[in-house]
Design a protein around this ligand. Sequence first.
Ligand code: ASP
Ligand code: MG
Length: 420
Amino acid sequence: MSRIVMKFGGTSMAGIERIRNVAERVKREAEAGNEVAVVVSAMAGETDRLVQFCREASSLYDPREYDVVVASGEQVTSGLLAIVLQSMGCKARSWLGWQLPIRTSDAHASARIGTIDTGTLLGAMAAGEIAVIPGFQGLTEEGRVTTLGRGGSDTSAVAVAAAVKADRCDIYTDVDGVYTTDPRIVPRARKLSRVTYEEMLELASVGAKVLQTRSVGLAMKERVRVRVLSSFEDARNDDGHRGTLIVGDDEIEEAGMERQLITGIAHDKNEAKVTLVAVPDRPGAVATIFGPLADASINVDMIVQNVASDGKSTDVTFTVPRAELARTLDVLEKAQSTIGHLSVRHDTKIAKISVVGVGMRSHAGVAAQMFKALADRGINIQAITTSEIKVSVLIDEDFTELAVRVLHTAYGLDSEGEAA
Ligand code: ASP
Ligand code: MG
């Protein structure tokens, strides 16, 4: 017997027919003798609709009431799934965020999960009752409803799995796993049967949109074994498993898997590039730039600073989320007299391409290979950042698809046989 948390996303829950398909899968796990908790999303499109209602009601809505409104999408699907399970002869009931409760911070619309009371839940599961839990929602210390931020039900599922010490957290979605890159760009992309938490974290945060990044961070911290798989297909991998397992490095070592140097390639078109021209080159200069941006909670990603060839001034280039560009320019304008730059340039026609793999820890030359592959195609690199397991470059947005394809081939990731 295992204890399993199953999570179903919005596409899997969109309508009663699909909820029936979900219930079949849940029933199968329960009938195999497992203790099962299910975490569900709202029906696809529903949360967008609810958010829109709040905006229409008032441009300055109270975030506490926004949470009451948007949390309702998951309340509907959890009740419906419990009804369908019961109609199939399963013991099931819903447990809303406030009923368990799932305690969160009071940062409405982007709350963080604190503790989850599991006493009653574990009792019910042990008695053979399937627990259906709406994702995305929680409760503050003061007893108010919260939500976790868009895509948050992945994080709910991992948090529940950690709290009940589940053997596995299965995330059912509309793709059948994590791929070496976006299969819409590279038809020869391969499904990864296993990936480490760290790699997934890099792939999720640089634009492989399979899981909410926060859920991967939480899984890594709590050592929750996560599996990503499809609610609509049952095809198995060569190794007999389904989907992609996200686990610790040690488990991959143990499985004796042959390591690829590079695990995946991600692309991200959500950044904007900003260049400050002629910043005085003196100690503290960059602090005058990034201090005010940090105060405005603007997340800077890549940073490039040259040495001043004349010993006096240099350009500083960095990237911020595209959605924050207007605010960034505003902050820089207000800080112009302290920073002392001549002018500001910005560009949104850029893309960040990243190659990710724990294999690069023990191999030199990964970055050089990337730069050469891009250079051979005449793709210019505008900025570079690296971490222990990732190299990212900034390029012209028009070359995104070409760059991903070229790198996928260069690192030997293309699948054999006919392209799909
Ligand atoms: N329903 C929420 C959203 O659309 C949470 C989720 O589905 O993960 O963002
Ligand atoms: Mg999702």
